[in-house]
Design a protein around this ligand. Structure first.
Ligand code: COA
Length: 168
C-alpha cells in the first residue's frame, strides 16, 4: 500500500538530491536501455511540470514518472518505474493517477506513451483507460512528435513499438 508515499513534482533540486537512486532504479527497471544523469536532468526543462518522484516515509525514492507536454494539449509519459524491492504495491498506479489529475487541472486533452512490445505492460495502462492507437492515428501522432521517419517501428511487419493514448 502507498498511503505513506508522497509524490513530489520533479525539479532540478530534487532530481539532483535523488539522482543516485534514480539511476539505480532505472537500471533495475530497464536493464539495458537505461538513462544517464543528463536524461533525468533534461526531462524537467520548461516543458515538464508533469514529472513526479515517489518518496516513501523513510525519504527513499520508490518510483518516478517523467513526462512532458507537446502539441499544446498533450502530455507524453517518457519514463515510469517503481521499486519492486520496496515491497509496496500501487506506486505505478499512484504516479499515473496523479499525472491524470494534473493534466485535467491544466485542461490538457490527451496523455500518450510508448513501450516496446517486449515489455508487455499494456495491462497496467488499460486500467486507467489507455487504449492502443489505431493505424490512422499513429500517423498523426508521429507527425506531432516529429517522428514520421520512424514509421516502420510502429506500423507493419517489423513494428516493435506500441503507442497508447488516454483521452481526458
Ligand atoms: C510498469 C510499472 C511502473 C508499474 O508500477 P507498479 O508499482 O508495479 O504498478 P501497480 O502496483 O500500481 O500495479 C497496478 C496493476 O498493474 C499491473 N502491472 C504492474 N506492472 C505490470 C507490468 N509490467 N505488466 C503487466 N501488468 C503490470 C499489476 O499487476 C496491477 O494489476 P492488478 O491490479 O490486476 O493486480 C512497474 O511495473 C515498473 O517499474 N516496470 C518496469 C519499467 C517499465 O516497464 N516501465 C514502463 C515502460 S512504458
Amino acid at each position: 500500500m502507498t498511503e505513506g508515499v508522497k509524490l513530489l513534482v520533479a525539479n532540478k533540486d530534487n532530481i539532483l538530491k535523488y539522482i543516485n537512486s534514480l539511476l539505480e532504479l532505472d537500471q533495475i527497471a530497464f536493464k539495458e536501455n537505461t538513462w544517464e544523469k543528463q536524461n533525468f536532468l533534461l526531462e524537467f526543462s520548461e516543458k515538464s511540470k508533469y514529472s513526479l518522484l515517489a518518496i516513501d516515509p523513510f525519504n527513499q525514492l520508490v518510483g518516478y514518472l517523467f513526462a512532458y507536454t507537446y502539441n499544446l494539449d498533450s502530455v507524453h509519459i517518457s519514463r515510469i518505474a517503481s521499486d519492486k524491492g520496496s515491497g509496496l504495491s500501487g506506486i505505478g498506479t499512484k504516479l499515473v493517477n496523479k499525472l491524470i489529475v494534473l493534466c485535467r487541472e491544466r485542461k490538457l486533452r490527451k496523455i500518450t506513451l510508448e513501450f516496446d512490445k517486449s515489455l508487455v505492460v499494456g495491462h497496467f495502462y488499460k486500467q486507467f483507460g489507455f487504449r492502443k492507437l489505431t493505424e490512422n492515428s499513429i500517423k498523426n501522432y508521429l507527425i506531432a512528435k516529429k517522428k514520421l521517419a520512424k514509421y516502420n517501428l510502429y506500423i507493419g511487419p517489423n513494428a516493435t513499438r506500441i503507442i497508447m493514448v488516454m483521452v481526458l
